[in-house]
Design a protein around this ligand. Structure first.
Ligand code: AHG
Ligand code: MN
Ligand code: MN
Ligand code: MN
Length: 351
């Protein structure tokens, strides 16, 4: 049937969130407005990411005709201004999100990976939400066209008077929503408002995110581990032992496969859908690991728990951390319930 080729009852992300919010009689659509501004930011970044190669080509075309390496001639356009474009896209994404969030009229405090200080929204544009975000995650992957993303977490303000930094220095378990958008082979937004995890795929012809992955649940156990193994010489005992077990299981089960993109969004997305574990542990050089609590660890931990998985810091449940600084870091182990259970046991045995 020709009619079957078209789905006519489209669950857009806006419609989905409106449905969810209608369960709360006191809801006045503020969250929906906030989210549609985040969605706008994601669409903008998605389109900018897709144009990066074009911009490089254009710049390069008028630049050097060739560059040579080991006697080979390469077209000049390939080497022009890579570093600069990368910086630009980071900053561009940040600008877009800050502007979209402020203009929503629903935010008071913003924390971005790209800004050293938090942004306090001017009083005429204030609203009850605080948003913590990483506008462009995985920026080392921009130039080679590998998946990158945006990560965000949302808190509500307790007091409606003057906002303070305390409004965002709260444990992850107080977040009301979290999500990420992945700019990959397709553009996908994964969101949780505390009632499970739902995935939406951008239909470029409509410019709308459509619900394609309702109620995502992570498998209880997976056969993939994901870590930057180049840091292995600096790992602590439990991490070393855990990764060793992934490769040489003691119970006769098959060894796990290693997958590591180097973009947290992409690595966590795969972990969520296929199962397994993602870890960025502490090491001798970085005793707190690399990833940032507010806008990397918390949102991903929130999604993992909502999908039936776990997120652990090496000491405790990740969402129970209470950050003291906005750019604080923490080691993180997250993914399938049983896989995280195993690393927890190894750390417990150490004590
Ligand atoms: P960002 O690009 O926002 O600075 O974050 C990069 C992060 C994260 O995406 C990824 O998981 C991690 O860095 C990779 O780090 P290594 O290169 O040390 O493995
Ligand atoms: Mn990041
Ligand atoms: Mn970033
Ligand atoms: Mn960065």
């Amino acid at each position: 049937h020709e009619a079957d080729a078209y789905r006519t009852d489209l669950m857009t992300i806006t419609r989905f969130v409106l449905n969810e919010q209608s369960k709360y009689p006191e809801s006045r659509g503020d969250f929906t407005i906030l989210l549609s501004n985040i969605v706008l930011g994601c669409k903008f970044v998605c389109s900018a990411v897709n144009k990066v190669t074009f911009r490089i080509l254009k710049l390069g075309w008028f630049g050097q005709a060739y560059w040579t390496c080991r006697g080979h001639k390469y077209p000049g356009m390939l080497i022009m201004s890579f570093g600069e474009e990368q910086k630009k896209l980071d900053v561009l994404s940040n600008d877009v999100f800050v502007k979209a969030l402020v203009s929503s009229g629903r935010t008071s405090v913003l924390v971005s990976e790209e800004d050293e200080e938090a942004t306090f929204v001017e009083s005429s544009k204030r609203g009850k939400y605080c948003v913590v975000f990483d506008p462009l995650d995985g920026s080392s992957n921009i130039d080679c066209g590998v998946s990158i993303g945006t990560i965000f977490g949302i808190y509500t303000m307790e007091h409606s008077d003057e906002p303070t930094i305390e409004d965002v220095l709260k444990p992850g378990n107080e977040m009301v929503a979290a999500g990420y958008c992945m700019y990959g082979s397709s553009c996908m937004l994964v969101l949780s408002t505390g009632t499970g995890v739902h995935g939406f795929t951008l239909d470029p012809s409509l410019g709308e995110f459509i619900l394609t992955h309702p109620d995502i649940k992570i498998p209880n156990k997976g056969n993939i581990y994901s870590v930057n193994e180049g840091n292995a010489q600096n790992w602590d005992g439990p991490t070393t032992k855990y990764v060793e077990r992934c490769k040489y299981p003691k119970d006769g089960s098959p060894a796990k496969s290693l997958r590591y993109v180097g973009s947290m969004v992409a690595d966590v997305h795969r972990t969520l859908l296929y199962g397994g574990i993602f870890l960025y542990p502490a090491d001798k050089k970085s005793p707190n690991g690399k990833l940032r609590v507010l806008y990397e660890v918390f949102p991903m931990a929130f999604l993992m728990e909502q999908a039936g998985g776990q997120a652990f810091t090496g000491k405790k449940r990740a969402l129970d951390l209470v950050p003291k600084k906005i750019h604080e870091r923490s080691p993180i182990f997250l993914g399938s319930y049983d896989d995280v259970e195993e690393i927890k046991a190894l750390y417990a045995a150490e004590e």
